[in-house]
Design a protein around this ligand. Sequence first.
Ligand code: HMG
Length: 415
Amino acid sequence: MGAFSGFYKKTIQERIELLKQERGINDGEAKVLLDSGALDLETANRMIENLVGVNHLPLGIAPGFRINGKEYAVPMCIEEPSVIAAAAKAAKLAAQSGGFTADADEPVMTGQVQLVNVPEDVLEKFNANKGEIAARAKELASGMEMYGGGYRECEAHTLETSRGRMLVAVFYVDVRDAMGANTLNTLLEGIAPLLEEKVAGEARLRILTNLAVRRKARAKCTWKKEVVGEDAIEGILDGYELAVNDIYRCCTHNKGIMNGVDAVAVATGNDWRAVEASAHAYAAMDGYTPLNKFYKNEDGDLVGEIELPLAVGTVGGAINTSPTAGIALKLLGAESAMELSMVMAAVGLAQNFAALYALGTEGIQKGHMKLHASNLAAGAGAKEGEIEKVAKKMQEQNEYSVESAKNILKKLRGE
Ligand code: HMG
């Protein structure tokens, strides 16, 4: 982990100094971070409607991720204690085991045009005019060609529904480093009149699908038994098996993965609702299953693998308007949307590893509550200087509640 070793033991100021040295953060960017993000009301008012304020989320760093031989300090935006610590712990154990490998598909987004009131031979008509449809689609997505992307292909299928037969025309576009929603939706609205004219029916919905199955990322790590311990490996495998066999557990299992994935999406200004929707739809394609796998290899080491669609960008959208998203991307050092998606897959896998490690051994509450203790202390009314003392006492007593924090505080103040 080198320079980032003991990152969490440093003061905020020391962490920022380290980011300046190690990640090239300049004084202006450091000021934005220290000013709690500094999203001014005017900018915010352009981002959404009916603005009345700005809601802040903490931005932290999970250091120590080694992915394809490169070291990452991963920015994560999240309100929940212990998520970043858990990611850092899993990353550290992964690095001691050789690190993660990861890969990603080309960034190809998928969009649909729905045609209603279509005749029986609608598919034949689509196929007969496919050349012209493809040529128009290519023209409509030509803005992406200068970046190496652009239209890739199209296809169609019919659906027999309670409202009659429909044709769904599907378009695939390589959107390179963008999330791609605007490019796709512009193409879909632009091509719809041609479909009505040359194919049949009336165009209704013209919208991308968030189930970006041609834009998946994968990560893998083999955690060595000497590093993790055989008991912990058995605990992780038992926990994983419950998720495979029980949808109630599987939901929480995947939520744990998304703790990490979403936190990186939010930090980098990406559309986390799209990321969430696609992950769960993908998990449900053959009945709802875990997004990852754990198994033991012939040496008794723990192998973890994850695959999920990740439609994320490094340019456009909130990435350009949020003052911290650009800084987060700089800190991460991911040079493309594909690289960002690989990091997110590794973080999701790490997050689940850490949660299962804790759940399968000492339980989740000890680590979680240890980190939540200072929030409880503040909630009980402890002030600067008192918070740490109250949190420490709660840890000693292993009693975590606002009530117990209040009692400790009373004693501390001699009341
Ligand atoms: P630990 O082993 O007691 O910690 O774990 P440690 O003090 O021995 O430190 C080990 C490493 O953890 C450190 O290495 C750090 O990398 C990291 P070092 O740098 O010292 O060489 N670490 C920290 N990083 C940043 N800040 C800290 C910190 N402390 C340790 N303060 C830990 C403690 C909390 C990491 C562990 O208990 C853990 O991983 N727990 C799981 C927590 C978790 O998953 N939280 C998610 C929220 S709960 C939830 O929503 C999801 C869930 O329901 C999903 C599911 O059910 O699957 C759980």
